[in-house]
Design a protein around this ligand. Structure first.
Ligand code: 13P
Ligand code: SF4
Length: 304
């Protein structure tokens, strides 16, 4: 059955001139039909360089919106309408506008995990892999950053600029699962393991990590490390991905409760449905898309 689905998807991709881009958190069978697997930044960059009429995005809504905005000539499809990142809805346009009034000299740097409407009100977007670099390269003293208070804490610590984080309580429920005692426990059990933690985790957990990395940076780190045991403090899908990429190394999830339900709405069945029905077409109004394109391209310019 799974084998039939796999073949059908590959045939349809060819017939329709479609590619599948998948986030690192997707399950292995989705990665097997994907043309490219990566983190938010890698997927945004890849969406610009692939030559295809259709891009099926096995990720969540804000990522598919980015691909749609950067590629007005391609049709971007999201296999599940429910694949919507809760954090991306935590900052409203109104709240951001109020923060801008309060800090008129600040540049607005928005984490890409944000609705397109809010990113349209921002000067530049960033991902977890380049947030500090983007902020450091801005010619300003003050920055408004949102919506993740944990990533905001991390960038505030790393940069010399003043960072105002909005809203007060923006967070990812998946990474908020991690507790400092989880790190203590794995260190007791696996004293020789390197602890990698995503900066969407709480500050008290970040402080106990060996390295803070985006999902793509975790893969690169493991690939270039001589060590062979790693604790992975991010969504459990990345553990599956790492085990596939590095079968001779050992990966321990910081918590097996770190599951992103929204990312997991994608499946082979839904990808097949998406191709067959050309759905769900990701649409961003021209006014919003034009502004988001500017703030996204500025991220690329600032990070080379
Ligand atoms: P990455 O850019 O590190 O893949 O993060 C995306 C995300 O949604 C993390 O929860
Ligand atoms: Fe959103 Fe968190 Fe899921 Fe990433 S892991 S898509 S931030 S809910």
């Amino acid at each position: 059955m799974e084998c039939d689905l796999f073949e059908e998807i590959l045939d349809l991709k060819k017939e329709m001139d479609a590619v599948v881009l998948a986030h690192n958190y997707q399950v292995g069978e989705v990665h097997r039909v994907a043309d490219f697997v990566g983190d938010s930044l890698g997927l945004a960059l890849k969406s610009r360089s692939v030559d295809a009429e259709y891009v099926v995005f096995a990720g969540v809504d804000f990522m598919a919106e980015t691909a749609a905005v950067l590629n007005p000539d391609k049709k971007v499809l999201l296999p599940s309408k429910e694949a919507s990142c809760p954090m991306a809805g935590m900052l409203s346009r109104e709240s951001l506008c109020k923060a801008k009034e309060k800090h008129p000299d600040a540049e607005v740097v928005m984490y890409v995990n944000t609705s397109a409407e809010v990113r349209a009100e921002s000067d530049v977007t960033c991902t977890s892999s380049n947030a500090v670099e983007v902020i450091d390269n801005l010619d300003c003293e003050e920055v408004i950053f949102g919506p993740d208070r944990n990533l905001g804490w991390y960038v505030e610590k790393e940069t010399d600029k003043d960072v105002f984080v909005v809203p007060d309580d923006g967070h990812c429920y998946v990474h908020n699962v991690f507790q400092p005692q989880d790190v203590d426990e794995v260190r007791d059990r696996f004293s020789d393991a390197v602890v990698l933690v995503h900066p969407e985790s709480k500050p008290v957990v970040q402080e106990k990590a060996d390295y803070l990395c985006s999902t793509g940076q975790m893969i690169d780190f493991v690939g270039s490390s001589k060590k062979d045991k790693f604790v992975i403090g991010t969504e459990v899908g990345l553990v599956e991905r790492l085990r596939f990429l590095f079968p001779d190394k050992t990966f321990i999830p910081l918590s097996d409760k770190a599951v992103c339900r929204e990312m997991k709405k994608n499946s082979l069945k839904k990808i097949l449905w998406s191709l067959e029905n050309r759905g769900f077409l990701v649409e961003v109004s021209d006014v919003v898309a034009d502004k988001v394109r500017v703030s996204t391209e500025r991220m690329f310019e600032l990070t080379g």
